[in-house]
Design a protein around this ligand. Structure first.
Ligand SMILES: [Fe+2]
Ligand SMILES: [Fe+2]
Length: 206
C-alpha cells in the first residue's frame, strides 16, 4: 500500500484523483450513517459521527486546491481512482455485511440497518486508522502541502465510539466483526489492485 500511495503523491494529477476518491468515499460514508439513523432514536454519537464524516469529505476536497489542478469540482468517474470499484466499495460492503448480519441475528428493517451501521462502520474505521497514518507519513516525507492530520485524530475517536456502541449491541460482537472485517479486507485488496494497475504498478505487495 505504501508503494501505491507514494507513487500517487509524487504525481499531482494522480494525487488530485486520490483526494477526490477519498472525499467521495467519506461523503458516501457520511450519507450512509445519516441513512441508518432512526427518526427519533438518534444518539449524540451518531450525530457527531455523521457531521465529522461530512467534514472529512469537504476537507479532502479542499485539499485538492493546494495541488493547482483543475477539473475536480465534482465526483465524475474519470476524476476518481478505481472508477466504479471506488463508487461501489462501500455499498458492496454494506450489502454483504447486511446479508451476514441478517442470517446471524434474524433481524430486519431498522434493526438490521442499525446493526449494519455498527459493523460496517467499525470495519471502515479500522481501515481508516491504518490508511490515513500511512498516507500522512508519505505526505510529510515529501513535504506536501496536503495534510490529513485532523482526520486521523477524528478517526481514532470514531473507532473508540464504535467499540462502545458495539459492546452495547452484543457482547460477542468481536466474533461478527472479524467476519465483516474479513469481507472488507477482500474488497479493499481488490480496490488496491485496481488502483495499482491504473497507476502502472502491476504488482501489489503489502
Ligand atoms: Fe472519515
Ligand atoms: Fe470515521
Amino acid at each position: 500500500m505504501e508503494e501505491i500511495i507514494e507513487k500517487i503523491v509524487l504525481n499531482k494529477d494522480l494525487h488530485a484523483k486520490w483526494l477526490n476518491t477519498l472525499s467521495f468515499m467519506e461523503n458516501a460514508g457520511a450519507r450512509k450513517i445519516s441513512a441508518c439513523e432512526d427518526k427519533i432514536a438518534t444518539s449524540l454519537i451518531q450525530l457527531k459521527h455523521a457531521a465529522e464524516e461530512h467534514r472529512h469529505a469537504y476537507y479532502l476536497k479542499k485539499q485538492i486546491s493546494k495541488l493547482e489542478v483543475t477539473g475536480f469540482d465534482f465526483y465524475k468517474p474519470e476524476t476518481l481512482l478505481g472508477g466504479q470499484i471506488s463508487q461501489q466499495y462501500l455499498h458492496r460492503l454494506d450489502v454483504l455485511a447486511s446479508k451476514y448480519l441478517k442470517s446471524q441475528f434474524s433481524i430486519v428493517g431498522q434493526d438490521l440497518k442499525y446493526a449494519a451501521y455498527l459493523f460496517v462502520t467499525y470495519a471502515i474505521e479500522v481501515r481508516a486508522d491504518e490508511l490515513y497514518p500511512i498516507y500522512q507519513n508519505i505526505l510529510s516525507k515529501h513535504n506536501s502541502k496536503v495534510m490529513v492530520k485532523s482526520i486521523i485524530l477524528e478517526e481514532e475517536g470514531h473507532l473508540e465510539e464504535m467499540i462502545l456502541q458495539l459492546n452495547e449491541f452484543d457482547k460477542n460482537w468481536k466474533v461478527h466483526s472479524s467476519i465483516v472485517n474479513g469481507i472488507e479486507e477482500v474488497l479493499f485488496r481488490n480496490w488496491m489492485d485496481v488502483i495499482s494497475d491504473e497507476i502502472g504498478l502491476h504488482e501489489f505487495a503489502e
